[in-house]
Design a protein. Structure first.
Length: 86
């Protein structure tokens, strides 16, 4: 799994709070990442493939999102500063 990039992952198991995704085609699925429930499609099933973006949350946990990122790791783009803190 590549942090900061979009990729296709497979739904390995579904819980009340979301679904755990793993890499497609991996024989022994060891590493998984959570896709929160609010981002799951209603028809989600185990084995379904989904395009997601991987990032780390404030607790340093790897999380998946279906939201489109502004840019990915290795890309350069001009962005607007919204706020500056001292």
């Amino acid at each position: 799994m590549d942090l900061g990039k979009k990729q296709i992952l497979e739904v390995a198991r579904i819980k009340d709070f979301g679904a755990y995704l793993t890499e497609v085609g991996e024989g022994e699925k060891t590493e998984s990442v959570l896709l929160p429930k609010k981002q799951l499609p209603e028809d989600v099933t185990v084995g379904m493939k989904m395009e997601v973006f991987l990032y780390k949350d404030s607790a340093d946990r790897l999380i998946a999102t279906t939201k489109e990122p502004l840019l990915e790791v290795g890309q350069v783009k001009k962005l607007k500063v919204n706020d500056v803190a001292k």
